[in-house]
Design a protein around this ligand. Sequence first.
Ligand code: SF4
Ligand code: SF4
Ligand code: SF4
Ligand code: FES
Length: 980
Amino acid sequence: MSFTINGKTQAITPGERLIDAINRSCVEIPQVCYHPQLGPIQTCDTCMVEVDGKLVRACGTVAVDGMNVVTESARADAAQRAAFDRILGNHLLYCTVCDNNNGNCTVHNTTKLLAVEHQEIPYKAKPYEVDMSNPFYRYDPDQCILCGRCVEACQNLQVNETLSIRWEDPHPRVLWDGGAPIGESSCVSCGHCVTVCPCNALMEKSMLGEAGYFTALSKPALNGMIDVVKGIEPELGYGAILQLSEVEATMRESHTKKTKTVCTYCGVGCSFDIWTKGRHILKVEPTHGAANGVSTCIKGKFGWDYVNSADRLTKPLIREGEGFREASWDEALGLVVRRFAEIKAANGPDALAFISSSKCTNEESYLMQKLARAVIGTNNMDNCSRYCQAPATTGLFRTVGYGGDSGSISDIEQAGLVVIIGSNTAESHPVLATRVKRSHKLHGQKLIVSDLRENEMARRADVFLHPRPGTDLIWLSAVTRYILENGLAKQEFIDKWVNGAAEYIKSLEPFTMEMASERCGLPIETLTKVAHMIAAADGVCVLWAMGVTQHIMGSDTSTAISNLLLATGNYMRPGTGAYPLRGHNNVQGASDHGAMPNFFPGYQKVDDPAIRAKFEKAWNVTLPPKPGLDNHLMIDAIQDGRLKSMYVFGEEMSMVDSNANYVGDALSKLDFFVVQEIFFTETCRFADVILPGAPSLEKEGTFTSTERRIQRLYRAMEPLGESRPDWEIIQDIANRLGAGWKYEHPSQIYEEIAPLTPLMAGVTYERLEGYKTLQWPVAEDGSDQPLLYTKQFKFPDGKANFFPLTWYEPSNQQDAEYDLHLNNGRLLEHFHEGNMTYRTEGIREKTPCTFIEVSPELAIERGIKTGSWVQLTSRYGKVRAQAVITTRVTGKELYMPMNSVDEPVNRLTSSYTDKATHTPAYKETSVQLKVLGEVGENPLPRTNSRFGHPTPQKGVEVERKWKRGDYSQPGNGLVQIKTQ
Ligand code: SF4
Ligand code: SF4
Ligand code: SF4
Ligand code: FES
């Protein structure tokens, strides 16, 4: 297929937007409202071209074979200019003193492209004030060109549905919740709107007065400058004014650094440029990250203040009595290696243990496990995947072979049905959730959610299941049995690709619909509907997280999910598969790179002699042959005196491990405890030596996201004070113990990892340069696998396995004394305990503390009000917090977010674990509730997005603009050919 553009022939692809085809041809046309990731919204009319003699909007037209397109005709040119002139009527061109004058302003660049010298329609201010009420960004209606990009992004990409433009208003503007102050609306501060705004109407507050050379001027001085510009425009024209501003924009390049990085919060793996001026973070600019495009959530877009926090650790600290004193690196490292050596000499290498960080890089996890194994001689090595994702990995190892998501986020997007189990996806993996929300809203995707709480995804779901806690395995197995029994399974797929069907089907005998209905508390009709939806869907993706894994049946329930997917043939093709959503930014990578007690990098077994021989040869050492202690067993080993010393980096172990009182007690018994951190965390209180590490912005390396996607991060600024990149610290310790490592850059560490690790054989820093990514397994030639199992499953015979299961009662159940069930998890604004997010003032403002969600029924029964102080007591500890009455929870089920170091929910959780992996059963907690009498303010301020009232609509709804009495199509005879 081809078309002609200004007389030249060019190939087109079926269904391609005309504007994309024109852009590929390198012919420049204006296109103010068009953003490829948003699609055509057709509000600006600047992209007018002639097609076969008719005037059309290029963005709203589909290119078809044989089309004759003219972009340069007088008619098209006049229409483009007329449309842009209207835009300038809404926007003052004061570029030289504008913080958005960075070379990428669409309004500036279009003025230049069209060589506009004077405008016909004079600029007219709108009768509204600038809105500064959001802590992170501001809206200036006077600069708003009403392109609607922000509305489209909020309605149909982020799908928070906060923004709209009431086109019927005399002076339309962008509205939050139909007209609320931004700070009191349902806006979740994801920043999509700010990112896609083509001018300075929506801007990050961190840019204001900071980005330009003349933009820090006082308001009167700034207004004076703007008046000067307005004054000279009639005489000089915009050409000269733009030239001046372009000189200023070029000058900015000397103080603005743009560094590509990867988000350091959740496992979605958003990547973006971070703009810095010295240590000041100007803004986060997502553009074309493989996982996120222009998307971010509040944490990735605005949650970076912790990097410059005044309480960063900048010098090593050594315990002195009850306190700590500053020390030189030499003294601190000298003490660390002396004590490690003494403890090893006196008690053997297994008296030491190592915990790597899921926040830090792959290279750092690799070095940490190499230090433990090759230098100390122990496999006592773990990372926090033990706390969340190990059961999911086990479920996948049992059934399909690889311990990672079976496809990519794009597969989730194109699935016919998404099933979310035990995951508050919209808050815990916000950008990934936007893809589901978008497909559900716009493309007919179906959504089933199983959760204890009616979270956002549950509210949006076609079917919301609220099973009794700890019973997901039952309904999953019953639905699978029903599908198999009623001829709804994909028998051909099972026959060809799955082993063990007979034994598995037998194991399903107890799981009738009746049994499931009774045990789970779900109607049989609902379960039957779920079975039929799954069987009928064109591609099913199941997403799950800690609501599944943090149970004593975590591995088995994960396995049940995979069994269901196998029975319905939902592997091996796009839009299908199993997606355990990884929590931390690099929890996948920490395990992939050997920070586990039983695996070398790439899940190669430490007790396999051939594998061990390979690593012994490469590292020139003798390695311990037996798997070591995982982090759960480490705590027990400290308590019974076998484990004497630990080295933990980037892990708030004393807060995030279950049964925190027991863990804290253990840590206090260590003979020698080293903590490497960026802040003085709660875990640091137990330390003997604290080493100041560096956050992601201050170092290089790679992270691996939930999609198995490996991405590079670059150094945006130097480490603060005397803090150092963690890999350098680990290397120093190893070398002081005689290791002789010589890594000068993390790339050299990867050069060692790749040949030793078949899973990563072809990973190189060159192949990951800039925004390039690889999704493991990566073959030596660099080819990767965005979708797993396209040819076979990861077992010797290429087939998957059904895995028979039995259900057991959850641990730590309610009784007369502990009569309430306590669930826990994350909040959108905070990450885990909040060590990083609390250090962003705007986040603290929106969500200042933790709280306890109480159902309206229970509130009436116990006389609890929102703001009441309550005490929860479990069999393991106590916490106090204020109540929030909400229908998100029901009956005797409570929910407590984990964002607190003062009253951490893990004081209440137990030491019961998943049998296969020792992942704590955090979600099996029983408590009693005592009302303390005092009633305070709502712990969630009015500015929290929960209190907003979204205004869902189809998008920008430009047709309403076209109906305005004062709207006329620019140019003569506009024709709408075909829109997409
Ligand atoms: S939720 Fe808020 S920040 Fe996000 S796109 Fe909507 S208005 Fe903008
Ligand atoms: S605020 Fe929204 S409508 Fe206004 S210019 Fe920016 S993106 Fe366009
Ligand atoms: S926290 Fe997760 S969803 Fe949010 S920007 Fe970071 S990686 Fe993306
Ligand atoms: S780019 Fe705005 S109408 Fe086409």
